[in-house]
Design a protein around this ligand. Structure first.
Ligand SMILES: [Zn+2]
Length: 330
């Protein structure tokens, strides 16, 4: 529930902006989660903060106009998700490693200034978890663990119907649970984190390295075109080597989940992100791993399910920041 101090608890329509390293998604959402309209585009490739803010504002303005036309109603606020950390007061971007132009920017204040409505910001994984909790596959489950498998591996935890981020903003960062201390280096500086093993690039690297021993795999036909999606598609078509890779991804994710489950005791675990597009085969591999490794929790592996909002979870969750007055209003 929104805090009592929230001044905008009657807000009906919000815009959510999910800023990724290469693309962004903007959507207009009603309080009940109905998506009015959305759009995606390339994240402005610029080192100039003014250009970046102008690009985001232009995308938001497009939707403000659309809402005015279709609903004859104003937008009540703007929420923004960024691929990095934000200050504890929710006013400033602290560190976005893949989008450093945002670092130090008071994005909520800048957007609020332009549009004359409250603006809020949070980490993209937090937003995705909030979106799933309120409007996605987490709806009706107060305790939810969300894992996003993509270029990086993100996560979010909701306990008692609220997404938690912790005092340093790292709560739920399942991508940095260490699976293999002797494993490959991770972007965080440690070795063998889940992300270092099953992040997109790591999967592609592993698949390439194993091709010599598996020349019969159809992956060998186009070694430069290997993607997690292709691996998943070929696995579904019966390619044994690809099947082994999917099983291995599932094993790693399940190992991390076994740790996470005993720490946050979720009702459901939601798997999303681009690599989750591998579909039921990957989910099944994850469930199998969870079943083998998570003994004490009594967690039913069938409660590992797919996210409900797809790639739009981050933007919908960013909009939900407005409805919850989540963060410091600018
Ligand atoms: Zn790490």
């Amino acid at each position: 529930m929104p805090p009592e101090t929230c001044q905008d608890h009657r807000s009906r329509i919000a815009i959510g902006i999910d800023i990724g390293g290469t693309t962004f998604t903007v959507c207009a959402v009603e309080r009940d989660g109905v998506r009015i309209t959305d759009t995606t585009g390339p994240t402005p490739a610029t080192d100039d903060p003014d250009d970046m803010v102008a690009g985001l504002a232009a995308a938001a303005a497009h939707l403000v106009t659309a809402v005015a036309q279709t609903h004859a109603a104003p937008v009540d606020g703007i929420g923004i998700g960024v691929p990095g950390t934000v200050s504890a007061d929710g006013g400033t971007v602290v560190d976005c490693p893949n989008l450093t132009v945002l670092n130090g920017l008071a994005v909520p204040a800048l957007m609020s200034e332009r549009f004359g409505v409250p603006a809020f910001i949070n980490n993209d994984a937090y937003c995705a978890a909030l979106g799933e909790l309120r409007y996605g596959a987490g709806r009706g489950h107060p305790n939810v663990l969300v894992v996003t498998l993509g270029t990086g591996v993100g996560g979010g935890v909701a306990i008692d119907n609220r997404v938690l981020r912790g005092p340093r903003g790292i709560l739920g960062e399942i991508g940095h649970i260490i699976i293999d201390p002797d494993g490959p280096p991770c972007s965080c500086g440690a070795n063998g984190c889940l992300e270092a093993l099953v992040g997109k690039d790591a999967i592609i690297r592993r698949a390439c390295e194993g091709l010599r021993q598996n020349p019969q795999s159809r992956l060998a036909e186009a070694p430069d075109a290997i993607t997690p999606r292709l691996i998943a598609e070929l696995a579904a078509q019966g390619d044994e080597y690809c099947r082994q890779i999917v099983d291995w991804i599932g094993e790693c994710v399940g190992l991390a989940l076994a740790d996470a489950i005993v720490l946050c005791d979720p009702d459901v675990v939601l798997i999303g992100g681009g690599i989750a597009g591998a579909g039921e085969m990957l989910l099944e591999a994850i469930r199998h791993s969870v079943g083998r490794h998570s003994r004490i929790s009594g967690f039913d592996p069938s409660n590992v399910i797919a996210c409900g909002l797809g790639a739009g979870a981050g933007a919908v969750g960013a909009a939900a920041l407005v409805f919850e007055c989540d963060g410091a209003p600018a």
